[in-house]
Design a protein around this ligand. Structure first.
Ligand code: ADP
Ligand code: MG
Length: 729
């Protein structure tokens, strides 16, 4: 076994950077080459078919079957010309991956021949066998039917030789079984709510879109070393491993020069991304050794999320070409930084205004402040829901672990915006504001832009930070489908904007002037939401205390975090806004609990196996060597000398024996705990049992294994060590 580890190390040392050929030196020459985008649609579709797609994209109108047929013909022609042989409906089920089933374009022709065919109905809707996708009981297996339906707002593309059509995935009865359906619904409600508020300021605003710029963090591990770690293969994270004497203490990895092999991999990824119209822009080394980040230019949220899911898949494939394996797990290694996926989020109007960008005059700044201040209330009222949207088995290891924000939601605004809000709070004294005061306030508001636009006080420790022209939701995990967070974020924002508008309208109705009414309601919110604002160090122990004093919630376990979804007021909100009906929400939460408990179950099994057939035999082997050595010493030395010389060795034998016994005993106890948990019928109770009675054994058993790793002869140790996984390349 140890040879396997040593052989793997040797293999890594002999690696050459993989070759790859860039499509063209100028990205603009091939960007979007494999996407059925506007330019191609114009070429391959009739005028009416083209406008049908454009209307659907921009105004959400439906495309009828006749038109869909025309579009399918155009799409097929383009796809065949570009080397596609198959087509697929691509969707985001509630698993950790996307799903696709490829069908060849061929149908029977005359005299035993085949011809390539594709129709509007195949483009618009399909019925994959849905019984194996999680639904949380929405779809009983006897009515396993689920449909995928074309999402014309995200363009089709060619992946290898398959025309890939982004779709939603719904049950026979129309309930969402995926991430995309509720995301589209949430984006729709935030559009409506934000547009209505924008109309106070500008009647030309007809729609508002949400934007997303994700920052994908990941680890790269050499393939040979990865293959020698069953825990990485099966769980995506190391369940054992003593920390390396050197890891990230010297901060020498962040932004340092990118190793050639990794650089080749990144270029290869970018090359593929550009062909698929994914605007990736930034690449760099992250804080932890072998940790990296990739970020694109932001896009409309639904498209950006499709692109994130797509690139995660592509990166996995390309990593193999370069003899790497990619880890998206939020905490693959204990003791060093884990990986997140910051979600940079903003709202912008059809008139080209970013609602989170301070404008040039008082009026546009009031619009800006309206959105910032309403965001405060939305986050304040929905802390638990936002947390639930990002909490899972993996991310719980990362949040609060000294490198990532704790499980407390707070909002960082920076000093300038905070000053503005304080000013508004003081100045706007209901109806008693003098014209002079108003002017003063407006002037002050009018002064923000320059300061903020080059704002440098960027707080890295906040889970939800204003960063100049957007909010950055940083608690999202690296393996997540961003939709989970975006569904909640956009829904709670829509809900808040609706409430805001109701209040402002009521004041206007009573005769208050519009600007004044807006000021008053904003002031009220500023006063109400002070507790959610925090510009200090979110990683500090003092903050945990202070947050508790402020009444902010701090939940550190998955079952409790997820339970927020079931709170009556939240269920009501989702239902009323049409994002999730009750059965959809229940189903979804059930799936989350199930994913959680199954992941713990798998980790517990893998650890039990590795402990008993990798670690214990190795430790026994070394112990035997020591015992023989002691016996030999006894023969050679006099009794006195022997006592003096063999003492330490005997202790080592005892120490090893102690760890072996502890591992065996705890392993047995853990298996018992699992058995007990497994007979619980109710998923939520079962998840709780896994959390409370099985999960704690993992660090417990690990402790003893990691101690053994330090004691046992290096030559014998079977699993690549942290210092090798993270530094040998
Ligand atoms: P940092 O690491 O400093 O946060 P990055 O450049 O890595 O910055 O990532 C910032 C992300 O935010 C990019 O994807 C960028 O396109 C995105 N972004 C910039 N402005 C906006 C905006 N108005 N709305 C949404 N995302 C934005
Ligand atoms: Mg960021």
């Amino acid at each position: 076994m140890a040879q396997f580890r040593l052989k793997a190390l040797e293999e890594v040392l002999n690696r050459e950077p993989a070759e790859f050929v860039r499509e063209d030196n100028l990205v603009s020459n091939y960007y979007g080459k494999l996407v059925f985008d506007e330019t191609k649609m114009k070429k391959y579709l009739s005028k009416e078919a083209f406008s049908a797609v454009m209307d659907a994209t921009k105004h959400g109108t439906t495309i009828d079957r006749k038109m869909a047929d025309q579009i399918a013909q155009g799409m097929k022609a383009w796809a065949l010309e570009n080397g596609a042989t198959h087509y697929t409906h691509w969707f985001h089920p509630l698993t950790d991956a996307t799903a696709e089933k490829h069908d060849a374009f061929i149908v029977h022709g005359e005299k035993g021949s085949v011809v390539e065919a594709f129709s509007g109905s195949l483009l618009a809707q399909q019925e994959p066998d849905a019984s194996s996708f999680p639904s949380g009981g929405i779809r009983q297996t006897f009515e396993a039917r689920g449909y995928t339906a074309w999402d014309p707002t995200s363009p089709a593309f060619i992946s290898e030789t398959t025309l890939t059509i982004p779709t939603i995935f719904i049950s026979y009865t129309g309930e969402a079984l995926d991430y995309k359906t509720p995301l589209l619904r949430a984006l729709h409600v935030v559009d409506k709510a934000a547009t209505a508020v924008c109309q106070y300021f500008d009647k030309n605003v007809a729609s508002v879109q949400a934007n997303l710029g994700w920052e994908q963090e990941y680890f790269l591990i050499d393939e040979a070393l990865y293959m020698a770690r069953p825990d990485l293969i099966l769980c995506g994270r190391t369940l054992m491993g003593h920390s390396s004497s050197k890891d990230q203490q010297l901060d020498d990895h962040y932004f340092s020069s990118i190793p050639t092999r990794v650089n080749r991999f990144m270029q290869d990824v970018e090359n593929e991304a550009y062909k698929l119209g994914i605007p990736v822009k930034t690449r760099h080394n992250e804080v932890a050794p072998n940790q990296f980040e990739l970020a694109p230019i932001f896009e409309e949220a639904n498209l950006a999320n499709d692109h994130n899911q797509l690139i995660m898949d592509i990166m996995q494939k390309i990593a193999r070409r370069h003899k790497f394996r990619i880890l998206y797990h939020e905490k693959p290694f204990q003791g060093i930084n884990g990986s997140g996926k910051h979600n940079n989020w903003s709202l912008s109007t059809n008139t080209g205004v970013n609602l989170y960008s301070p404008g040039k005059n008082p009026k546009s700044n009031l619009l800006f402040l309206t959105f910032v201040i309403n965001t405060l209330q939305a986050v304040y009222d929905n802390q638990d829901l936002l947390r639930a949207s990002i909490y899972n088995a993996q991310n719980q290891h990362r949040l609060g672990a000294n490198e990532a924000p704790p499980s407390i939601l707070s909002v960082f605004l920076g000093t300038e915006i905070s000053k503005m809000l304080d000013l508004m709070e003081e100045a706007v004294s209901d109806k008693k504001m003098t014209p002079d005061e108003k002017t003063a306030l407006k002037l002050n508001i009018g002064r923000i832009p320059e300061i903020i636009l080059d704002s440098t006080d960027r707080n890295r420790t906040s889970p939800f930070a204003f960063t100049g022209n957007r909010f950055e939701f940083r608690a999202v995990g690296s393996s997540a489908n961003c939709a989970s967070a975006l569904i909640v974020l956009n829904t709670v924002m829509a809900n808040q904007l609706n409430k805001f508008k109701t209040k402002v309208d009521a004041l206007i109705e009573k005769g208050t002037k519009k600007d004044e009414a807006i000021f008053q309601v904003l002031k009220e919110i500023i006063i109400n939401t002070k507790n959610i604002r925090f510009n200090g160090d979110g990683y500090s122990a003092e903050w945990v205390k202070e947050a508790a004093a402020r009444g902010l919630s701090n939940i550190n376990n998955v079952p409790e975090a997820l339970s927020a979804y079931m709170r009556p007021e939240y269920q009501k909100m989702f239902d009323e806004l049409g994002v999730f009906n009750k059965s959809e929400l229940h189903g979804r939460v059930e799936v989350e609990y199930e994913k959680f408990l199954k992941k713990i179950q798998i980790e517990s099994r893998v650890l039990a196996d590795l402990a008993i057939n990798h670690i214990v035999p190795t430790a026994v082997h070394y112990q035997t060597t020591l015992l023989e050595n002691i016996k030999n010493m006894k023969e050679v030395f006099s009794a006195d000398e022997f006592e003096e010389l063999a003492g330490a060795r005997k202790n080592l034998v005892r120490e090893i024996g102690g760890h072996i016994s502890a591992i065996k005993a705890k392993r047995t106890e853990m298996i018992e705990a699992r058995k007990k948990a497994n007979i619980i019928e109710d998923t939520i109770e079962k998840a709780k049992a896994y959390d409370e009675t099985v999960l704690p054994f993992l660090p417990d058993i690990r402790y003893h294994i990691d101690k053994l790793e330090l004691i046992v002869d290096n030559e014998l140790w079977p699993l690549p060590k942290y210092r090798e996984l993270l530094f040998v390349r």
